[in-house]
Design a protein around this ligand. Sequence first.
Ligand SMILES: Nc1ncnc2c1ncn2[C@@H]1O[C@H](COP(=O)(O)OP(=O)(O)OP(=O)(O)O)[C@@H](O)[C@H]1O
Ligand SMILES: [Mg+2]
Length: 236
Amino acid sequence: MIIRLKDVSYCWPGQQQPTLNIPLLEVKKGEHLFLHGPSGTGKTTLLNLLTGINKPQSGQVEILGSDIAQLSESKRDRFRADHLGVIFQQFNLLPYLSVLDNVLLSCDFSKSRRQQAENPIKSATQLLLDMEISGELLHSKISNLSMGQQQRVAVARALIGNPEIIIADEPTSALDTDNRDRFMDLLFSEADKFDSTLVFVSHDTQIQKRFDRVVSLAAINQAKNHINNPANKAQP
Ligand SMILES: Nc1ncnc2c1ncn2[C@@H]1O[C@H](COP(=O)(O)OP(=O)(O)OP(=O)(O)O)[C@@H](O)[C@H]1O
Ligand SMILES: [Mg+2]
């Protein structure tokens, strides 16, 4: 198993009840997992645990055999940079840097990603070209790009240097159908080339058939007191 969550509970500061209570979630190496669920039920919260951005109050989050919650903050940052390609729901690109520099950041933070990319500038340029971003745009500041263009830059940044695990939070929400399909083709071909594991959150049911496994968050999450959990709606 490349990802293994065991008895994980997570409660946001200031909240009375946990958002997540997950007895078990396992993902195999190379597996492509599609995770879905209504808005506000904890999908991004779960991804934040997988990337070590947040730590569970209890339980284990094992990624590539390491319990990342046990790592120091600096080791966790290094672990994330080396092994995880993350496409955030809000992209998290640096607005004052160029398109190219945003993609190259992944290699700046990780020697192993830099080595895997071999020639980072060439690799970044190719990934961006695959996403139909080229020429002048490479040197534009991120803040000058449309949402859909920024999303495609975020994708290139996650894929460069072929990390073992790709975590994507609604990465196609700002894309039109053509760009979405091009993005999915690129994502799967890059993931398959390096046997990368993929955890993909989306509402887009049209793309779920491309995945090995489809999981509803409600099916694995036993947090019962969440306001958005249909099981907790007030009875008439
Ligand atoms: N930064 C935060 N601080 C406190 N509580 C938060 C924070 N982020 C999320 N939450 C709580 O966790 C719950 C789950 O939020 P989360 O963002 O994980 O949902 P989601 O399933 O990703 O929703 P969406 O589909 O809209 O992106 C929210 O209802 C909110 O109560
Ligand atoms: Mg979310």
